[in-house]
Design a binder for this molecule. Structure first.
Ligand code: GLU
Length: 260
């Protein structure tokens, strides 16, 4: 289970996400990737190896969007390859996903999705979950009361056995992230005109010290100006906003060569 960083706001997402991923490197990982939404398109870069490899790759690309997400992977399903790195994109191009954890019932879901015409480019359990969200999203009618994006993620997760910390983006929901957890930590960062999510507070504390610790079985919907949390069964959750009492400089070397 490795690193997750997501951002929606007014700044360029990619540099903030890459900075967050670097702060999570200490956890160990084998690949890294980033997805950014811009002008009705997802741009995805992912590489086996260090975040520095990913940075080299993204330096050659124009990643100009204000919403995005990044991941450092520790492979559980499928080898350490660029194709298996996250983010994954659903085969209809509508849903992008990063995931920490293990989807235990991915085989039966994959068989079902193949009968529905979904295709797979990786060996991961995560890509199966990504396509299952896309399947539910395509079926979900527009509902004036609540985002169909959130509803589709909740419906999908009711079928999942295993552990997950996920961040999801939808092509036609710019400036929105949906994030959920079961057995894998996630923290929301509530900033000034921006919202963040990460698997570890160190990835977001340089932008905000107001955080919400997501609980197992909760799904959060983030936009630059707002956030809301529901349970998997659509129950409302009243979030508690905590203040982190340390600053990012407390987690840096400050001239020393080692932390110890
Ligand atoms: N099971 C997923 C994979 O193998 C996620 C691994 C992780 O937690 O980084 O890609």
């Amino acid at each position: 289970m490795c690193g997750i960083v997501g951002y929606v706001g007014k700044h360029k997402a990619a540099p903030l996400i890459l900075e967050g991923l670097k702060r999570l490197e200490y956890r160990g990982y084998d690949s890294a990737g980033v997805a950014v939404w811009h002008d009705g398109k997802f741009t995805i870069a992912k590489k086996a190896g260090r975040v520095a490899n990913l940075e080299k790759e993204t330096a050659r690309m124009r990643l100009t969007g204000n919403s995005g997400m990044g991941h450092t992977r520790w492979a559980t399903h499928g080898g350490v390859t660029d194709a298996n790195a996250h983010p994954h994109l659903s085969s209809d191009g509508q849903i992008a996903l990063i995931h920490n954890g293990v989807i235990e019932n991915f085989n039966s879901m994959k068989k079902f999705l193949l009968t529905k015409g979904y295709q797979f480019l990786s060996e991961t359990d995560t890509e199966v979950l990504c396509n299952l969200i896309a399947y539910h999203y395509a079926k979900e009618p527009v509902n004036s009361d609540e985002s169909r994006f959130v509803i589709a993620v909740r419906k999908t997760l009711l079928h999942v056995e295993g552990t997950y910390g996920i961040v999801v983006m939808a092509l036609d929901a710019p400036g929105e992230l949906v994030t959920a957890r079961k057995g894998s930590p996630l923290i929301l960062g509530i900033g000034d005109g921006e919202s963040l999510v990460a698997s570890d507070v160190s990835a977001i504390v340089s932008r905000t010290q107001s955080v919400v610790y997501l609980n197992d079985g909760e799904v959060a919907h983030l936009t630059p100006q707002s956030f809301s949390i529901t349970t998997l069964n659509a129950g409302e959750v009243s979030p508690v906003v905590d203040q982190v009492t340390w600053a990012i400089t407390d987690a840096e070397l400050n001239g020393y060569t080692h932390f110890m």
